[in-house]
Design a protein around this ligand. Structure first.
Ligand code: ADP
Length: 294
């Protein structure tokens, strides 16, 4: 399908398209210049002809999360006869690109743990706002692009988010069966089984991400079929990942293994596991990340 925008196009007389920077499942992402503020921005656009419209949801969630420091700044949104669009702050490379750019395809423990700490806090913030992300994976996190944010990691893509609380803050009842959402490689076993996803499923995806950062790949990396990957995950002894992760991650794995849909994860404990591992390795916040050393 042809791109919805080309370099040089100007949206609503204000955002001048520079280049396409992503084309994911549901939309296209462009880097653009805000002709009013002169800021660099990102435009996410979705064709009005697309059967599955997710941008509205994404805008709603992004607006709700504006207090969170690990979320893109909302600039604007709107629609024309061809597409719906969302304008937000522009970040730099995503974590999938950064990992692949490393000579061995892995991150050092210093980089992995500092990213993990920020990511875990952004997951907690999202859950505290009443939403599940449901597509936690390295390409949905990007580093900041400005001098004050280049060491900050931002959570992207709320297209698959779901509110898991009711108006009064109680957890919504689980549906007996729900369609699969997310990305096969990072999906929890629960998600493979089409069960209603809960807070623990975002944490499972986080755990798989950390393992991939440390090892360079996940055991099911070559499999495409969702059912096959689900079977392999069920049979796999997840404690094998612990050989490549700091000791505290056993407690992390044990905790998320015990959680059911209604259960509130112990975020404080999980974050402190990562914090303690950072302290033990005498990692400094100001240390360069792996990609800054090359
Ligand atoms: P989709 O929902 O279509 O998969 P995403 O929101 O996941 O789209 O974005 C796809 C890719 O585009 C991301 O992996 C990231 O590299 C890039 N991207 C998305 N939003 C931004 C942003 N605000 N700044 C910089 N890059 C972004």
């Amino acid at each position: 399908m042809a791109d919805l925008l080309v370099p040089g196009d100007v949206v609503r007389q204000r955002w001048k398209i520079d280049k396409k920077i992503g084309g994911g499942g549901f939309g296209e992402i462009y880097g653009a210049l805000d002709l009013v503020t002169k800021d660099s921005v990102a435009l996410k656009v979705e064709s009005v002809n697309q059967s599955k419209q997710v941008l509205k949801m994404e805008v709603a969630v992004l607006k709700k999360l504006q207090g969170c420091s690990h979320v893109c700044k909302f600039v604007s949104c709107g629609r024309n006869e061809n597409f719906n669009y969302l304008v937000m702050s522009l970040q730099a490379s995503n974590l999938a690109e950064l990992r692949r750019s490393q000579p061995k395809g892995v991150f050092s423990q210093s980089t992995m743990l500092r990213l993990g700490f920020q990511i875990l806090r952004s997951i907690r913030a999202m859950h505290e706002a009443g939403f599940l992300h449901r597509d936690i994976k390295p390409s949905n996190f990007a580093m900041g692009s400005s001098t004050d944010t280049f060491h900050s990691c931002f959570m992207l893509d709320f297209g698959l988010a779901r509110q898991f609380t009711k108006g009064n803050g109680e957890v919504r009842p689980a549906r007996g069966s729900a369609g699969f959402r997310g990305t096969v490689r990072y999906a929890s076993i629960n998600a493979h089984e089409n069960k209603e996803m809960g807070r623990q499923d975002d944490l499972w995806s986080f755990f798989y991400m950390m393992a991939e950062f440390a090892i360079g790949h996940l055991p099911w990396r070559k499999m495409k079929d969702k059912e096959q990957v689900g079977k392999m995950k069920k049979a796999y002894d997840h404690h094998l990942f612990l050989k490549s992760l700091p000791p505290g991650f056993k407690q992390f794995l044990d905790h998320i293994s015990k959680l059911n849909y209604e259960d509130k994860p112990d975020y404080k404990m999980l974050i402190s596991i990562v914090e303690k591992a950072i302290a033990k390795k005498t990692i400094k916040e100001s240390d360069p990340f792996d990609w800054e050393k090359m």
